[in-house]
Design a protein around this ligand. Structure first.
Ligand code: PLP
Length: 452
């Protein structure tokens, strides 16, 4: 008979079946399938850990967001925030749905262009645009959102060399009642800097001032902040028309809508507290519609929503490596996903579940990643069933900021698959190998040999 693995017994208070004071069920329902495909079979086919993206979830969420805004406002345009997830397959789903590209570096700009996005449909944000980046963006008629005066002067300078007229907007930061304020990007509204920048652009003659942009923060849980921001941008639009007779083409409200993930330390789960797209749309569009902007001059409304559009579509599945007891008797489960792959574990209490029914017996557990680093904690404290070595888990809502912010550290980055509308899996990014890493390295001749 096969010898069963031995686990040293400990005495634990059984809390299964007792409702918590909020009545939230403590039972963790397993998640066995995504879009009809078994997670187990995906792991068998593509390895562990594995990022899994759902195309149907991306399209569904996008349509929901688009409907929320377009049913309330006549002219709406989304631009996909590349840094949130710039896998080409993901970007192209958004582009097929009609979203432009929103990029914050020369690298992202080139990635969008290589995906086939035309220059006029690329919004170029961020504080880091080289002279060459700017020249390219001007020649391609891209929408350049100026971050600071040095950039403005550079563009004015370039506008004398390049034939095309630069199409520019400015990024504006402001007090929207959420602190600490995000005031490091763009020109400030309250101290008059934004108005100053707009007047300088108008005075420069060579630039086409086409829009006003703000991006007030990220994971914003208040719709009121967007209402304030939209009113302030509308005020600037009105002042431009009054003083210069200049009508801007668009107001870009940036991104920042919270996804349904739960922030670390939050009392209620994100699924209960996150405003809906309808809530955000209502706040923004009502502020614009009730502003002093003339009805026939209402600008296009651009949204650069990132995490709220993609978080739900991403899953990370993997395997339990081991269980152990910490010195205080607490259970620790070690999984094959660390903060190297799941960067957002620093911010979120990620929803992690078994992929098949395990016992109803739950226990306070710390879930560690595989790295040799004390900070490698996926969940500090979670009621979790007793998964064994070799059992599989899946983490939900990991579509945003993980496969862009992940790091190659101690381990290689794994494969990524996307499930198409029919539930068929496609490999969309190959896992790294030792060759991937070594192909970037050059070992000097005199260091190539040693005798041990
Ligand atoms: C990051 C970023 C976004 C997307 O933000 P989310 O919080 O993911 O919605 C949009 N616009 C700009 C300028 C950004 O830097």
């Amino acid at each position: 008979m096969e010898k069963l693995p031995f686990e040293r017994p400990t005495i634990q208070k059984i809390s299964a079946g007792i409702p918590s004071k909020h009545g939230i069920s403590r039972k963790l329902e397993p998640l066995s399938h995504i879009d009809g495909l078994s997670i187990k079979s995906l792991i068998d086919d593509y390895g562990s850990p594995l990022f899994i993206l759902s195309e149907s979830s991306i399209r569904k969420t996008y349509k929901e967001a688009y409907r929320a805004f377009s049913s309330r406002y006549p002219n709406v345009q989304f631009a996909w925030s590349y840094k949130t997830n710039y896998l080409n397959a993901v970007c192209n789903v958004f582009h097929q749905e009609g979203a432009w590209a929103e990029v914050v570096s020369g690298f992202e700009y080139d990635k969008a262009a290589a995906n086939g996005v035309s220059g006029e449909s690329i919004i170029f944000n961020g504080p880091d645009k080289s002279k060459e980046d700017l020249r390219k963006a001007i020649q391609n008629s891209s929408l350049i959102h100026i971050d600071h005066f040095d950039e403005l002067y550079e563009i004015i300078h370039l506008s004398r060399e390049v034939e095309e007229r630069p199409k520019v907007a400015i990024r504006i930061n402001m007090d929207v009642g959420v602190y600490p304020k995000w005031d490091r990007f763009g020109f400030n509204f309250e101290n008059g800097e934004a108005w100053d920048a707009l007047n300088r652009i108008k005075a420069s003659k060579n630039l086409d001032l086409i829009g006003l942009h703000t991006h007030i923060g990220t994971y914003m849980m208040t719709t009121e902040a967007y209402k304030i921001a939209a009113s302030k941008l509308a005020q600037l639009a009105v002042s431009l028309e009054k003083k210069h007779g200049h009508v801007i083409q668009y107001i870009d409200m940036g991104g920042g809508f919270a996804s349904k993930n739960t922030l670390r330390g939050a009392y209620y789960p994100g699924t209960d507290t996150t405003p809906s797209f309808d809530d955000f749309a209502e706040a923004i569009t009502s502020a614009l519609m009730s502003s002093e902007i003339k009805p026939d001059h209402l600008p296009m409304l651009i949204l650069e929503t990132g995490r709220a559009l993609i978080d739900d579509a991403g899953y990370l599945a993997g395997t339990v490596l081991a269980n152990k007891r910490l010195s205080d008797g607490r259970r620790a489960t070690i999984i094959d996903t660390g903060v190297n792959l799941l960067f957002t574990a620093f911010w979120y209490e990620h929803d992690i579940r078994p992929i098949e029914p395990i016992s109803d017996q739950m226990e306070d557990t710390t879930i560690y990643g595989p790295l040799c680093m004390n900070i490698d904690v996926i969940r500090g404290n979670v009621m979790f069933p007793l998964l064994k070595k070799g059992d599989h888990y899946v983490v939900r809502r990991v579509g945003a900021y993980n496969t862009t912010q992940w790091m190659q550290f101690i381990n290689l980055r794994p494969q990524i698959v996307m499930l198409d509308m029919k539930g068929k899996a496609h490999l969309v990014r190959k896992g790294e190998t030792l060759d991937t890493i070594n192909s970037q390295e050059i070992t000097p001749e005199h260091l190539q040999n040693f005798n041990l």
